[in-house]
Design a protein. Structure first.
Lengths: 615, 461
């Protein structure tokens, strides 16, 4: 059977890939080893978080599905970092993981142009024009493009103490044959590892010994399509490890497969196991853990912060040292999982393999980690595969456009040495790439692709228009130095005004908000909180935003300087040997990308620039 | 392609060889070059506006720094595309000398020009289609060789105090940035107690050390160009032999006939890690010989401008009129009295002229073993220039430029913190300052910060 696009894997990357491609009118087939694992969340029951929340908002603005689905099944919502500045506000929600799976699977089933197939892909070949995939049960399919989104299933091995066995996440079937086929194809592969903590029975935990963590009163949804904001249904709890926990872990450290050398895969630095934390930061007396419900119709609790690969009996022993956990019952033990993934420097910014036309990678297969990181890559790969089948110009997001662009550029340019997690510190354009303006940055792109419904697009345009008009208006409105005004200003620890001042200029002061001044501004229009907040940010941070825009302009100048595909770096006199090697490996698409490769110095970039102008 | 302006900001640099030529030229190129020149150069005719001059015109006038006169100079204006770089160019010719030329350059930089990178004028010329294909490779070689050399000097020499100081500075900035990053990327975790007052303290400390480093610049110039050291003494007292001893070569002509050295001979030598610009002079004496007289007058001028003086006396002879004159001329200068020819019978009585705590050294310049004693006493007498061994001295224009940009950013950060701006904006400023230091090495601030987070803080689920 023949398709336009075949997607291998129906996790968070595969879902976005197949939905986007099908919505763009391609005939798509998505393969999963088990239909009941579509959209599974084998680790934390939450979506978003610092920088990850940005990714979800951006994906939604482009026309992706993750944010909308999270809104439909969230249990608790929190905007993190309120008070730390608009650049780092990040949305994070606890979700009902069973419901999330169910909704996603249903959306896939309802999607036009999309076929869902339960099968293990064991071989993948190209005959020049078409890709040919083969299943374990001897079915063969062909397609113009293939997107690999195998997550931690590919060559998966679970480790618990001295026990290890071949397995996918959540004990799902592992994909044990495809890895060999990819190696035969010539892809450069590697092993990474990650881990997850235990799930415990709710009734065995003494919550009165724990600290409560509530959701926000004012709920902000992820999706621009969500109209019903919903409400918090649960709360989370915080607990602490202690000296006794530490003692037990250190006593048994040699039973950890990582410390005994059994696992060779490289684990994520951002998500260390509890034994890692204790060994590496031995002076820390206690470590935090978060207790999060896995859903409404389950008593399973996720213990964030306590992932481990120690033997099950040791796990139980150290979990029980924690206050409130004296009688805890473990339902699923913590485990480490090792898996095969590809070196992402083999791909270009569309996530297509440079040497394999029509072959794409996304998600953990590309060396990233996290549901959100996976989803955005899936979307980009899906859209680009679709555009390729239609002979249209690819979609490339640069670093200044989004966290998505930053993530992909980091992967393909710098490569990864451990599973890559998105963080706000990874973006140099943080004050522009805010979660509140994701629509402004990306919705026009989503609309042009054809993935944004007309009604949402109209709402967006109206909002932008109102915003621009209001900014224009506050530049004209005068605020006079009456005693009431100065009283207010002083109460905000700012210095009083002596003559009339434009509202715009008063809003520039860090402590003074739009709402504070509303009573002195009789013609203030009735605008939504969301718009008011954005206006305030744009006024208060104008200097910084302009500063960053200048940097963007500079960056884009270099980005526009394309480097021909089969450029011979070896013939350029004046490039250092190290630079030549790196450039040959990464094959940057532009001078800008070249300048971000580690080992390529500014003088190498200058030499390249001169050489490229030589015509 | 040739017209494509990849870089269109304005750059400036000294374009004459760095040395003691008679004329020093500061070249400014780019869209704002004439505007900048207009602000710093005032023609004597008081009518001409530099920015409205035609290409290939020259004007005579003065260079002004914030209202202060610096030098008389000639400006030469080139209009795009008819210039070396193909952009608007102003070339200001001033009265040579590294210090003066650098000061003129600094004025241009303060008015908004950016210091040109090695080979950048040539690169622009090339990119603007002003150079032929044939030259391409030599341009690249030039960029490569020069910047590599600059990088080597700036960063690869791990022994240097400057490098250490700069990496300490960068380390501090990365520390601040990574704390901010952990604080915002791991909001729920108890990592450390975060206080804004601690943060602003750290930024202010860093700002203070940057400011101190900048202050050392002028002094650094003296050290870098060498301490101007003049050797004086009556003819045949052994000045040239002393110079040869110091420099280890036979540059000066040494004979036994008084007055053999007609002109001042200059040589730069390294002594105890400090460079001395050693100037041997014609003997000071009243003379009828015209050529020699010129040399003698020059000697007197040199004494006045010297930063260190070796006054050489002959230990085998009594104090003569000429010796007294020399001692007189140099009495208020930073001098070392050297009694030469101690291998001969000594008759000189030093008590008659020696002041308290005066540095004096008896040696035989012919004897190489005298060198160690000489080094020691020289080191002591220039010690006041090098107050503290750990103190860093900024001597490189590029370092200065970097530090000034960092100072401005950190200053903005401290001010903004006081105003109550949120910390996400502060982070952006700190990262910008790290990136300035990274311009030398091509490292990436974000990677370094992320690395620091995971090596220093225990975070993650």
């Amino acid at each position: 059977m023949n398709y336009d696009i075949i997607v291998i894997g129906a996790g968070h990357a595969g879902i976005e890939a197949c939905l986007a491609a099908a919505r763009l009118g391609c005939r798509v087939a998505v393969f999963t080893m088990n239909l009941d694992y579509i959209g599974n969340c084998p680790c934390n029951p939450s979506i978003g978080g610092t920088a990850k929340g940005h990714l979800v908002r951006e994906l939604d603005a482009l026309g992706g599905e993750m944010g909308k689905t999270a809104d439909e099944c969230f249990l608790q919502s929190r905007m993190l970092n309120l008070g730390k500045g608009p650049a780092v506000h990040s949305l994070r929600v606890q979700i009902d993981r069973n419901k999330y799976k169910e909704i996603m699977k249903h959306k896939l089933e309802l999607q036009e142009n999309l076929e869902i197939k339960q099968a293990e892909i064991i071989d993948l070949k190209s005959d020049g024009n078409l890709w040919r995939v083969k299943t374990l049960t001897n079915m063969e399919y062909t397609s113009k493009c293939v997107i690999i989104a195998t997550g931690t299933y590919l060559g998966g091995t679970i480790y618990i103490g001295e026990t290890s066995f071949k397995s996918g996440p959540d004990y799902g079937l592992p994909a044990l044959r495809l890895g060999e086929a990819l190696k035969r194809l010539g892809l450069s592969m590697r092993k990474f590892k990650t881990g997850t903590p235990a799930r415990a029975l709710k009734s065995s935990i003494n919550f009165s010994a724990l600290e409560v963590q509530n959701g926000d009163k004012n709920i902000v949804p992820f999706s621009y399509r969500t109209k019903d904001k919903g409400e918090n249904k649960i709360c989370c709890h915080i607990g602490w490890t202690n000296e006794k926990t530490k003692e037990i872990i250190l006593k048994n450290i040699n039973k950890s497969p990582i410390y005994s050398g059994k696992i060779e895969g490289i684990g994520p630095r951002y998500c260390p196991s509890i034994e890692d934390k204790i060994v590496r930061f031995s002076d820390k007396e206690r470590h935090q853990l978060f207790i999060e419900p896995c859903g409404l119709n389950t008593e399973e609790m996720y213990l964030q912060g306590l992932s481990s690969s120690l033997p099950e009996d040791v796990q139980l022993e150290f979990y029980r040292t924690i206050k409130g956990f004296e009688n805890v019952v473990i339902m699923r033990p913590a485990y480490a999982i090792e898996y095969d993934c590809a070196d992402p420097t083999q791909m270009n910014s569309t996530l297509e393999f440079k040497e394999y036309s029509g072959l794409y990678g996304a998600g953990q297969f590309n060396g990233s980690s996290g549901y959100e990181e996976a989803a955005v890559q899936g979307f980009i790969a899906g859209v680009n595969a679709a555009l390729k089948t239609k002979n249209k110009k690819p979609l490339v997001l640069d670093r200044a456009s989004s966290y998505i662009g930053t993530l992909i550029d980091d992967l393909i340019t710098k490569g990864v040495s451990d599973p890559y997690r998105m963080m706000t510190s990874r973006s140099e354009y943080r004050l522009i790439l805010r979660q509140d303006n994701a629509d402004q940055r990306l919705m026009p792109i989503g609309r042009k692709l054809g993935l944004i419904p007309g009604s949402i697009w109209e709402e967006f345009n109206l909002k932008e228009k109102q915003k621009q008009e209001e900014i224009k208006r506050v530049k004209k409105v005068n605020i006079y130095p009456t005693s009431a005004v100065n009283e207010l200003i002083k109460s905000k620890e700012s210095f009083p005004i002596v003559q009339s001042v434009k509202l715009f200029d008063l809003l520039k002061r860090p402590n003074i908000s739009y709402k504070d001044l509303k009573i002195f501004d009789s013609e203030s229009p009735n605008l939504s909180d969301e718009i008011l907040k954005q206006i305030e940010i744009e006024i208060k941070y104008e200097g910084y935003i302009n500063r960053q825009l200048r940097q963007v302009e500079e960056m884009r100048r270099l980005e526009k300087k394309q480097i021909p595909e089969n450029f011979n770096y070896g013939e350029i006199k004046g490039l250092r040997l190290e630079a030549v090697e790196k450039l040959k490996k990464i094959k940057p698409e532009s001078l800008g990308q070249a300048s971000r490769i580690s080992g390529v110095s500014p003088s190498d970039v200058s030499v390249l620039m001169v050489w490229l102008s030589r015509k | 392609m040739g017209k494509d302006k990849i870089l269109n900001d304005t750059i400036a640099a000294i374009s004459t060889a760095q040395g003691n030529g008679g004329i020093g030229i500061v070249r400014i190129s780019g869209s704002d070059s004439l505007k900048i020149a207009e602000k710093m150069f005032k023609p004597f005719d008081k009518i001409t506006k530099i920015s409205s001059l035609k290409g290939y015109t020259a004007k005579y006038g003065k260079i002004i720094d914030k209202g202060n006169f610096i030098d008389e100079a000639v400006i030469l204006v080139f209009k795009a595309p008819n210039s070396y770089t193909g952009e608007n160019v102003a070339e200001i010719s001033c009265h040579g000398g590294l210090f003066l030329t650098r000061r003129v350059l600094r004025v241009a930089l303060e008015l908004g020009a950016r210091l040109a990178k090695p080979g950048e004028f040539t690169k622009r010329a090339f990119l603007n289609g002003k150079m032929g294909l044939v030259q391409a490779e030599s341009v690249m070689d030039l960029i490569y060789a020069k910047s590599e050399k600059a990088n080597k000097i700036a960063f690869e020499n791990k022994e240097g105090n400057i490098n250490r100081k700069i990496s300490i500075l960068k380390d501090k900035l990365i520390d601040v940035a990574s704390k901010l990053a952990v604080w915002s990327d791991y909001p729920d975790e108890e990592v450390f107690e975060f206080k804004i007052s601690d943060l602003s303290g750290e930024i202010e400390n860093t700002l203070k050390s940057v400011t101190n480093m900048i202050k050392t610049y002028d002094f650094g110039q003296i050290i870098k160009e060498g301490i101007k050291t003049v050797i004086v003494g009556k003819p045949n007292v052994g000045k040239s032999t002393l110079m040869n001893l110091l420099s280890g070569s036979q540059k000066a002509i040494v004979t036994d006939v008084p007055g053999t050295t007609r002109d001042a001979i200059e040589e730069t030598i390294m002594l105890g890690g400090i460079s001395l610009r050693l100037i041997d002079t014609a003997g000071i004496r009243d003379t009828q010989d015209i050529i020699e007289k010129i040399g003698v007058d020059k000697s007197k001028n040199l004494i006045n401008s010297a930063e260190l003086i070796f006054a050489v006396l002959d230990g085998s002879k009594v104090l003569e009129e000429e010796d007294k004159k020399i001692l007189n001329l140099t009495q208020y200068k930073n001098r070392i009295i050297i009694i030469n020819k101690i291998d001969l019978p000594q008759v000189l009585n030093t008590n008659s002229f020696l002041k308290k705590e005066e540095k004096i050294l008896c040696l035989s310049a012919k004897n190489e073993s005298s060198l160690d004693n000489l080094k020691e006493i020289v080191y002591k007498s220039i010690n006041k220039f090098v107050s503290d061994e750990n103190d860093v001295i900024i001597s490189n224009e590029r370092h200065l430029d970097c530090l000034k940009r960092i100072r401005n950013i950190l200053k903005e950060a401290t001010d903004e913190l006081k105003n109550g701006i949120t910390l996400d904006a502060i982070t952006v400023l700190i990262e910008e300052s790290i990136n300035i230091l990274n311009e030398f090495t091509g490292e990436s601030a974000s990677k370094e910060i992320v690395d620091r987070i995971f090596s220093k803080f225990c975070v993650g689920k």
